[in-house]
Design a protein around this ligand. Sequence first.
Ligand code: UDP
Ligand code: MG
Length: 305
Amino acid sequence: MQPVLSIIVPCKNEESSVLEFYAEANKFVPAESEFVFIDDGSTDNTAEILKNLSKNDNRVRYIILSKNFGKEAAMLAGLSKAKGDFLVIMDVDLQDPPDLIPQMLQITQSGEADCVATRRVSRKGEPIIRSFFARIFYKVMRRISDINIVDGARDFRLMSRKYANSILLLGERNRFSKGIFPWIGFKTKWFEYENTKRVAGESKWSFGKLLLYSLDGILAFSAKPLAVASIIGILMFLASCLSILFVIVRKIMYGDPVSGWASTICIILFCSGIQLLTIGILGQYLAKTYTEVKARPHFIISEEI
Ligand code: UDP
Ligand code: MG
């Protein structure tokens, strides 16, 4: 049987949410659907629960990864293994309301859009600091990259087979879905909803992890930081020309008293700081290039059904 809809669900340490998710989602998906759960290196009972689930319901498939590869890799694993004509990616914590699925499916099935994406209109229940930095990130990202990354966009998307296949064409290791989706194009319709709390368990994202993820996003979708580094270099060069001129003029007009040691040190520190910063930016791109060149697989499957 060719499933109409594949529900792709990455899970990491979600023993407390899986069953509730399955029960809730089942109410809203067509009978000819398949569930594709990806166990992303859980250290709790998630894998056992998934295996049991698939014993009781042959529409449930699971992919157990050999370790934690991260949500991006887990989603990719799901997308590459799902067989449905339409595919939807969902979090297992019920923060993505399954009751939107029928409407989303109807829109893609009718051909009105190739993808129905969702965004949250509020960041209620989230630490203020986190929302603040998230807003800044989206602003910066929109300015420095050519793609339009939507603020508050979730990974909760329902897409056509054509759309999913296009995502699979992008083999990059440094995966940043929030950029990949807009990059591939196609007609996308947006749904908005209020943020809800997780049903159980806790968020896998710490502030530090989010920060690194946002840097990944910038590096993956923009080369502007390199341009910024060059511009800083040029400005510094001009500034040093001016100061050399200033020193020469001062020498000619007032002789050369030995003073200004402190300011010299300041300038040296300032310049070497800028140099390190720009080398660091270069290094980041080099490091990303290094991982791409190694071309390791995105994930390794230990067991699947
Ligand atoms: N997840 C995953 N691998 C990871 C981290 C998270 O598969 O390394 C899954 C997690 O089980 C959940 C989804 O990704 O289904 C979203 O994670 P979470 O709810 O922690 O993120 P948030 O909603 O706080 O952004
Ligand atoms: Mg969540």
